[in-house]
Ligand binder design. Structure first.
Ligand code: GCO
Ligand code: MG
Length: 404
């Protein structure tokens, strides 16, 4: 038995907020887990500190599945982003410990490498099409084989996916209240096919092109957009409609052959069961940190495999390097891997998170260090205190709230 003797929560903001769980064993082995829930960070920190960490003390760090069941079924109140992010942090920290004790990278414990590297897509964006094209060129020049393209929409001040002037990330603004953006579906629907067409016209079809709608359309609008985008051969169209309505995807599917991806906001297999078993999507985007850790993510991916659905895990910058590394170990090992989002982490994140994954020719690899291969510098973390930030809120022209 490897006894857990301490479980501590670190909240740090090197560029953006991250919540990290540190689990320590009686032999002094430390495992790290990511507990970051963008805009609701302190809720997960409190869930862990008040309700989970005390339960971990004295337990066997090796019993990952048992602890997962204990925290999930034992809470009675199941699922939900806060609970599942907290459980994920414990799960990932325990896989890190198991790898370190075994002297093996986590992917080896998951069955070993099923591929040589993890295909990733980068985020290209611009305030307008010209800026976007320059950014796509930068990604292709750096060897990326897949690029997500987002651009400001004429007539709208700000839209999802575009950093503001002088900003490195596009969503959170510091402050006690969220920023409010204006949204108008009609200009976006007219503009998106033109924008993605401009990318294909300039760079051709020799790379994968992706686009994120960020849950903003109705099924009929999404069907039309998917159809209009068919000539541009997208790798996927992401989150076309609000994700909680699984049946809506039937309608979208009926109208387009553009591949569909969804799932970054899902927390469990129950959120995507219908999408998978009815083959309503092509890619499932659940992440290690928001969908219950490596243990539960593998269950989702195994179900997806049965139905020909491939993986495409969420990997935005609000998931810490601990999460990204955990995702890479899973990606390397599952048979139905599709692609991994890789947004990177803006400086000074690397002062706090020391990583060992490497990017080469459009593929990431988690490296060969035992465990996850990420270490957290607690002294550096203490230099970056929590900085309250919220995701923006969208309003339509008449002032009513729309999906952001
Ligand atoms: C993506 C996502 C993110 C989310 C962010 C919210 O595809 O990467 O849509 O950009 O908006 O993770 O916290
Ligand atoms: Mg997205």
């Amino acid at each position: 038995m490897t006894k857990i003797i301490a479980a501590d929560v670190l909240v740090t903001a090197p560029g953006r907020n991250y919540v990290t769980l540190k689990v320590t064993t009686d032999e002094g082995v430390v495992g790290w887990g990511d507990a970051t829930l963008n805009g609701r960070e302190l809720a997960v920190a409190a869930y862990l500190r008040e309700h989970v960490c005390p339960l971990l003390i004295g337990r066997d760090a090796h019993r990952i599945e048992d602890l997962w069941q204990y925290l999930y079924k034992g809470a009675y109140w199941r699922r939900g982003p806060v609970t599942m992010t907290a459980i994920a942090a414990v799960d990932v920290a325990l896989w890190d410990i198991k790898g370190k004790l075994a002297g093996l990278p986590v992917y080896q414990l998951l069955g070993g490498a099923a591929r040589d590297g993890v295909l990733v897509y980068g985020h290209a964006s611009g305030g307008d099409v010209a800026e976007l094209l320059d950014d796509v060129a930068r990604y292709l020049d750096r060897g990326y084989l897949a690029v997500r393209a987002q651009s400001g929409v004429p007539g709208l001040d700000k839209t999802y996916g575009i950093p503001g002037a002088g900003q490195t990330v596009y969503e959170p603004a510091s402050g006690a209240r969220p920023h409010e953006d204006l949204w108008d579906t009609a200009p976006y629907l007219r503009f998106a096919p033109e924008m993605l067409g401009a990318v294909r016209e300039r760079f051709g079809f020799g790379f994968h092109l992706l686009h994120d709608v960020h849950h903003r359309l109705s099924p009929a609008e999404a069907g039309r957009l998917g159809r209009d985008l068919e000539p541009h051969r997208l790798f996927w169209l992401e989150d076309p409609t609000p994700a909680e309505d699984q049946e809506a995807f039937r309608l979208v599917r009926q109208h387009t052959t553009t591949p569909l991806a969804v799932g970054e906001v899902f927390n469990s297999v129950w959120d995507c069961r219908q999408l998978i078993t009815e083959r309503l999507i092509d890619y499932i985007r659940t992440s290690v940190s928001h969908a219950g850790g490596i243990t539960h993510l593998r269950r989702i991916f195994a179900l997806a495999e049965l139905y020909g659905v491939r993986t495409g895990s969420h990997g935005a910058g609000d998931l810490s390097p601990v999460s990204l590394s955990a995702a890479l170990h899973v990606d390397l090992s599952v048979p139905n891997f599709g692609i991994q989002e890789y947004m990177g982490h803006a400086e000074p994140a690397s002062e706090v998170f020391h990583t060992s994954y490497t990017l080469s020719q459009g593929y990431l690899h988690p490296g060969e260090l035992p465990g996850l291969g990420v270490e957290v510098d607690e002294a550096a973390a203490a230099n970056f205190p929590y900085d309250p930030k919220y995701l923006p809120v969208n309003r339509r022209r008449d002032g009513s709230v729309h999906d952001w």
